[in-house]
Design a protein around this ligand. Structure first.
Ligand SMILES: [Zn+2]
Length: 482
């Protein structure tokens, strides 16, 4: 009739519909010259600059899906990047035409599509405003896998995860191999497979999405996150990392959510198997805490199985044993790549001071002063003896062992004051707890690898997380990953 024809020519989108035949993404192939797809943008990268022997340029890409759940990536170089990057917005629906179809570069492109669109400056991208048919296009396509399945999947594979957010770490800045700066932030997720895993958010994802997740964690309600396109790594057991097109959606509207909510409400997170071991001995996850009281029983049991346990405790120094000094004269000789560091013997050469290392058979007028001392530290749950070496000693006394040694020789009262000032100071201690056998007697030795001053903002966030765990009947303190 006449009425539908009139409507077909009224709005901008309707006009497009009339002129262009919309092709399902799944039917695109390089032998088609004229095609138009209608799709919602699910992710958009930043513009990246590159430089190599053939020249330099810039590139960006976006991923999109259509109403038939077909997905495809579009890439724009140089002029096309300048033109289209500011135009396309994640979540909006566009018609796209006049791009070149090329085989998908599967090493970079996790989408389930054999082709990708190479955008030219004369490609056409038009937003579909007020188009009711856009509602039938989903906002994201997920193929969720259970966290437990990640254990047996290949490193490098891509995965979508729907999980309960367990923790969000501080943003950490680091330097890339090429000298440029970036940052990262790690989060921990659990799901109804009964497992938890860590995911690292790199670059802008760590600073932008990471802040949103961090703020969501401040609410007392559980935070459910749908993660799209995370790469599996075998770093520290199994863990996940973002790529430029990774997406995080809080409380996503997906059918799998109901089962996860029910599992969480029934206390599912109270007993989890961790797939990530926090970097294999790096020193315990900074967002997991143990107590000094737990060193006596829980940690002892875990250590007796053989391998050392790394964990963090927050406590105050209550005693510094210093009758025999807090440092020793270490051998400065290089043995392989490391310093020998064995204790040197002071030789009596009349007026001259001389040091001798039996291991190296090495005679030297100087030695390398290093911290080695025992302290006790206490928290609300108990106290424990801890052994302190070099770096942690510098953190505790606020000066090098050489500086403190010079003070001891030149100004003994100032040396005593330096010891007293360190007493009763609070720290977050990073501990390595291991079994040690000495004279046929096996005991547990706790060594301080770091003594960080307390960052009160970070500590407050951690305590809020503990309150949430208490409310959900989840354990607050753990012995750390095995
Ligand atoms: Zn030596």
């Amino acid at each position: 009739g006449h009425q539908p024809q009139y409507n077909a020519r009224s709005g901008p989108t309707a006009r497009n519909e009339g002129v262009l035949r919309i092709v399902p993404i799944a039917q695109l192939n390089p032998y088609q010259n004229r095609w138009t797809i209608k799709a919602r943008i699910t992710s958009k990268s930043e513009i990246r600059h590159w430089q190599n022997a053939r020249g330099e340029g810039k590139v960006f890409n976006f991923d999109c899906i259509d109403e038939h759940k077909g997905e495809i990536r579009a890439t724009g170089f140089n002029q096309a990047a300048d033109k289209f990057h500011p135009m396309v917005q994640v979540g909006s629906v566009y018609t796209i035409s006049k791009g070149n179809l090329k085989p998908a570069r599967k090493q970079y492109n996790p989408l389930n599509c054999d082709y990708e669109i190479s955008l030219e400056p004369n490609s056409v991208i038009e937003e579909c405003l007020d188009d009711p048919s856009s509602k039938s296009i989903p906002s994201q396509l997920y193929k969720f896998r259970k966290i437990a399945d990640v254990q047996s999947m290949e490193p490098g594979a891509m995965v979508d995860i729907l999980g309960v957010l367990q923790s969000v770490s501080e943003l950490v800045s680091l330097t890339r191999r090429d000298g440029s700066d970036t940052n990262k932030r790690s989060i921990s997720l659990a799901d109804n497979s009964g497992c938890s895993i860590e995911a690292t958010l790199w670059g802008a994802l760590g600073s932008n999405e990471g802040v949103q997740l961090e703020q969501a964690m401040l609410s007392p309600d559980p935070v459910f996150v749908a993660c799209k396109a995370l790469r599996i790594t075998d770093f520290g057991g199994r863990s996940l990392g973002t790529i430029s097109s990774s997406c995080f959606t809080i409380n996503a509207d997906v059918p799998e959510m109901e089962a996860l909510r029910r599992w969480q409400a029934e206390g599912g997170c109270s007993s989890l198997t961790a797939l990530s071991t926090g970097g294999g001995g790096g020193g315990g996850r900074s967002d997991q805490r143990c107590t000094l009281g737990m060193l006596k029983e829980d940690v002892r049991q875990q250590v007796s199985s053989g391998s050392p346990v790394y964990l963090n405790v927050c406590g105050s120094i209550t005693y510094i044993r210093h009758e025999n000094g807090v440092m020793y004269p270490a051998c400065p000789n290089k043995v392989g790549e490391r310093n020998c560091a064995k204790k040197m013997r002071e030789e009596d050469r009349g007026n001259e001071r001389s040091w001798f290392c039996e291991r190296c058979n090495f005679d030297s007028p100087t030695c390398d002063w290093r911290y080695m001392l025992s302290i006790t530290a206490a928290d609300f749950s108990g106290h424990s003896w801890l052994t302190v070496f070099s770096e942690a000693g510098e953190q505790i006394f606020g000066m090098t062992a050489l500086a403190l040694h010079d003070l001891q020789e030149s100004d003994p009262p100032a040396y005593d004051r330096a010891i007293q000032e360190a007493n009763f100071k609070p720290f977050v201690f990073r501990l390595k707890v291991a079994e040690e056998t000495y004279n046929d007697e096996t005991r547990i030795k706790s060594t301080v690898s770091k003594a960080d001053p307390i960052n009160y903002a970070a500590e407050s966030k951690l305590l809020l997380g503990f309150l949430r765990k208490l409310k959900n009947d989840e354990p607050v303190f753990t012995c750390g990953a095995a």
